[in-house]
Structures are given as C-alpha cells and as structure tokens.
Design a protein around this ligand. Structure first.
Ligand code: ZN
Ligand code: ZN
Length: 232
C-alpha cells in the first residue's frame, strides 16, 4: 500500500509550483522556495490558545501560562489560506503531493520549538485513527500519512495499532465544540499500553480540539502534544 502510494505520488508530482505556477527547480518539490518561505507560518503563537505571542514568551501567552490544563498544539499553517487548501486536497482529492511541503513545515516548527526547549521531544507519533468503515470508504487515513512523513524526518515510530475508533461518528463539519464533544464521547479506545512517556497525536486539521481531547482522554498516563498540518 505504502510503496504503491509513493510511486503514485512521484508520478503525479507537479512540475510547476502548486501556488504560483512557476516552473520548479530540481531541488524544489511541489512549492517553489519563494512560496515555501512566504507561506511558512513565522508568527509565534501561543501553543494552547493560538493567539500571537512574542518570541521569548516560552510558548504560552500570559493568560495560558497559569492554565493547569494547557496543551501543546502545534500547527504548520492556517486552514483558510492557499496552503491550507492543500490540506483539504489531501483528504478530498487525494493530492498526496501536498504532504511533502506541509509536513516539512510542521517538522521545522517542531524542531524550532525543541531547540528553544519550549517543548520536549516526542518519543512516538500516534495518528488519530479512522473508524474501519470510514477507512474502507476513503482507502487511506490522512493522519497516518502525515505521521509517516514526520516519523521519517524525526526518526520516530508511528504507532497505529494502539488506539482504535470504536464508533463510526457522523461528520463533524457543521457541529460546534459542544456538539463535537458529544458526538465523539467514548469514540476511541486504547488497545494496549505504549512503551514511551511522550506522545505526539497527529491529525490533519485542528478545529475545536474536540477530537484530540477525546484521544488524550484515552492516554491519561502519557504526556501528549497535538501536531496538525493546519488550524481552522
Ligand atoms: Zn511558487
Ligand atoms: Zn494562550
């Protein structure tokens, strides 16, 4: 499945920049260097509430510093941008070549935060699972594809068998946070313990946090971070 997918991706790699349509140089993939740099989210944001913060804030805004339940939620781009449309196209149109630049941006953001010692390095990557029915219909789990890309870059294991989705939940698209929480209540189950302490939960989009909150509820004994390609 994976090697087939890689071959498919290579065959369908665009020859021009997916954003500005300039011809790509040999070392450029999907996006030209100028677009990659321009699109890269340079703004420092509070890792919990995502409001803009100063460079040396330590990762959290003043309001979130004292928050006991604060989470580390890292994303690479805003969802309502040209780059964010790439995230949607992975899932909706199987444009898997978007994985490369988007995962590279997320990787760079994670590495920067690690070097600044704002976050601790994760020891395993855990993609948010799809229900079997949904996986069969779609044929792939985008969260797993993202985790694989990041796992290669960070040399970390991708754990895809520990957590399962026990219920096929209706689409979340038009639900608010409270409704999403109700929709997802008890939707995940941990099948076996993990041999690590620090886990990065991987998904394509961070919307209200309802999904990753439910995943984290299954992992009370682990230090979890949330890594997504975009933030809605
Ligand atoms: Zn470009
Ligand atoms: Zn904050």
């Amino acid at each position: 499945m994976v090697s087939k997918l890689l071959k498919w991706v290579q065959m369908h790699l665009p020859q021009s920049c997916a954003l500005c349509l300039h011809t790509l140089h040999q070392q450029e993939h999907v996006l030209c260097d100028a677009c990659f740099d321009a699109q890269y989210e340079k703004q420092n944001y509070c890792l919990h509430c995502h409001r803009p913060v100063e460079h040396d804030s330590g990762g959290f805004c003043a309001a979130c510093q004292g928050e006991t339940n604060k989470q580390v939620r890292i994303y690479a781009c805003q969802h309502q941008t040209a780059l964010g449309s790439g995230v949607r196209k992975i899932k909706a149109q199987r444009q898997f070549y978007w994985l490369e630049p988007l995962c590279e941006m997320l990787y760079q953001r994670v590495m920067t935060l690690q070097k600044q010692q704002i976050i601790e390095p994760a020891q395993a990557l855990l993609p948010v699972p799809l229900h079997d029915t949904c996986l069969r219909q779609r044929g792939f789990n985008q969260a797993y594809l993202i985790a694989q890309q990041l796992g290669r870059r960070l040399n970390l294991p991708v754990v895809s068998d520990a957590l399962i989705r026990t219920r096929h939940t209706p689409s979340q698209q038009f639900l608010n946070r409270k409704e999403r929480q109700m929709n997802l209540q008890g939707a995940f189950q941990l099948k076996h313990d993990l041999d690590v302490q620090r886990i990065a939960i991987i998904d394509d989009v961070f919307t209200t946090g309802a999904t990753t909150d439910q995943v984290m509820a299954c992992l009370p004994d682990y230090a979890c971070q949330v890594w997504t390609l975009s933030k809605a």
